[in-house]
Ligand binder design. Structure first.
Ligand code: BES
Ligand code: MN
Ligand code: ZN
Length: 495
């Protein structure tokens, strides 16, 4: 994240703009020198996220950018995050701004400051490493959060927001990077570097080691590529942890479809983002120590590309996965589930209290839910409940799809334990049922982020391009994790 945040007790005069929150009713801030009628006259009604730049109050004084916050009683952290994003977008041409926006949530200076940092930090993020002309980058790199109180809560909220927004920016940068610039090897190197900086243990597994470990899924998907695969294991091991979580991320560096080649359609340029799950998991891990997360968290990043060649896996081939189950390949484009299978098997071996995987897994999930929410499929109602709670706090929406056991037969194979695809119908569900074969009895949930992995335009805290969707949700999940008490939901029992 390029934006630097700091706190101050009163508005500094050196900034070039001041973001002034204005509610839709009640008195307007003193000192603006305008009335509500004046503002209505220029079309500013202080609706949530509406902005209006006033001329500066005098030479050398900051420009005042009014931002509507709607009705204060309706405002929560999610609303404020989106408002802060709009305010940031209105100030991209200023180098530095100050704002009291973090203080508008009554009695919640901490949550307010965090929401403002997240909203502004994410709205101002761009990935321009390969552009010679950096004009599209926001000039705004300094934000001062002004708080009337002692400032401890504001500072704590800001620090947390800097960590979470920084994590999201890391994952977005990785997912936006072109596929030949970010190979599995390079992502593994990056993960090791991030681990060193953020207090994680990292272990990288190469192809020979993956073969020795019986990880036939990732090795099989990698067979067509000149670039070797990598699996990265990251561990956050806080002293005295009483709960354990495993995260598994799909890291397909580029998904061509393999022998089942995707059509040569420009939309497949976004298949460089098929490692968004792994990027979100790495980003999540990077935040845990700084946020003093007490849960022990182990992550597996499953990294390879999916390419056709003379050595690629073929339709009809059978792979043996880490847990011993055999899979007949009916479509090499259903590769994500194959690499996740090994990661989930490894994760289940350690018998964690819960396991999550996150993956740009199916176009079917995107068709069902669109681009603003992820699918969640789970064998445990308690895990889903915690995911929904995190989702509500982070504004990364999820919708549950059923792991309907009757559809397991769609994956039946003549020669192996299962096939890797279930036919044209219910594709998000059959993918989930496939993954379930590798989690044993572990309480588990699968997040399908094929839809929200990429945004078409700037919208609130989302920016055009890779979204790093799920990063803040998983951070929140780990930070608030409790052992799920609910048993595997009976309606979803294996047949
Ligand atoms: N990475 C794709 C899914 C995807 C599609 C992600 C669009 C983001 C946007 C995945 O590997 C894939 O190709 N899935 C196939 C599965 C099918 C062959 C059963 C799909 O969804 O078409
Ligand atoms: Mn695919
Ligand atoms: Zn894929």
């Amino acid at each position: 994240m390029r934006t630097a945040f700091s706190t101050a007790k009163s508005a500094p005069s050196q900034v070039s703009a001041e973001i002034v929150p204005v509610a839709a009713s009640g008195p307007i801030p003193a000192g603006l020198g305008v009335t509500r009628t004046d503002l209505a006259g220029v079309g500013f009604e202080a609706k949530a996220g509406q902005t209006y730049a006033m001329p500066s109050a005098g030479r050398g004084k900051p420009v005042r950018v009014l931002v509507g916050i709607g009705e204060v009683r309706d405002l929560d952290e999610n609303g404020l995050r989106t408002i802060a994003a709009a305010a940031a977008r209105a100030c991209v041409r200023h180098e530095s701004v100050s704002t009291t926006l973090g203080g508008v949530l009554r009695g919640n200076a901490r949550g307010g400051a965090r929401a403002v940092v997240e909203g502004m930090g994410l709205a101002l993020h761009r990935w321009h490493d390969l552009k010679n002309d950096k004009a599209g980058l926001a000039k705004l790199t300094k934000v001062v959060l002004v708080s009337a109180d002692k400032g401890a809560d504001t500072k704590a909220g800001m620090d947390a927001g800097v960590v979470t927004a920084g994590a999201v920016c890391l994952a977005r940068d990785l997912a936006n990077t072109p596929p030949s610039h970010l190979t599995a090897l390079k992502l593994a190197d990056k993960a090791v570097e991030v681990a060193r900086q953020t207090g994680l243990r990292a272990t990288v597994y190469n192809r020979d080691q993956l073969i020795a470990m019986g990880c036939g899924g990732i090795v099989g998907v990698n067979a067509g590529s000149k670039e070797p695969p990598r699996m990265v294991k990251l561990v956050h091991a806080p002293a005295g942890a009483r709960t354990r979580v495993v995260l598994v991320g799909k890291g397909v560096m580029y998904d061509s479809g393999g022998i089942s080649l995707k059509p040569s359609d420009a939309s497949h340029a976004s298949m460089k983002m098929d490692m968004s799950g792994a990027a979100a998991v790495l980003a999540t891990m990077s935040a845990l120590r700084a946020l003093k997360v007490k849960t022990h968290v182990t992550a597996y990043l499953m990294c390879t590309d999916n390419l056709p060649s003379g050595s690629a896996m073929k339709l009809g081939d059978v792979l043996t996965m880490r847990n011993g189950k055999t899979v007949e390949i009916h479509n090499t484009d259903a590769e994500g589930r194959l690499i996740l299978a090994d990661g989930l098997s490894l994760g289940a071996e350690s018998k964690p209290d819960a396991m999550l995987n996150i993956a740009t897994l199916t176009g079917a999930c995107m068709a069902a839910l669109g681009k603003r929410m992820a699918g969640v499929l789970s064998n445990n109602a308690g895990v889903v409940e915690q995911i929904k709670a995190s989702s509500a706090r982070t504004d990364e929406l999820v919708w549950e799809l059923p792991l309907f056991g009757d559809y397991r037969r769609l994956l039946d194979s003549n020669v192996a334990d299962m096939r890797n695809v279930g036919g044209p119908l219910a594709g998000a569900i059959t993918a989930g049922l496939f993954l379930r074969e590798f989690v044993g009895n572990t309480p588990w949930a699968h997040l399908d982020i094929a839809g929200p992995m990429e945004a078409d335009g700037d919208d609130g805290w989302l920016n055009r391009g890779a979204t790093a969707w799920g990063t803040r949700l998983m951070i929140d999940f780990c930070a608030n994790f409790r052992k799920p008490t609910a048993r595997t939901s009976p309606s979803r029992k294996k047949k």
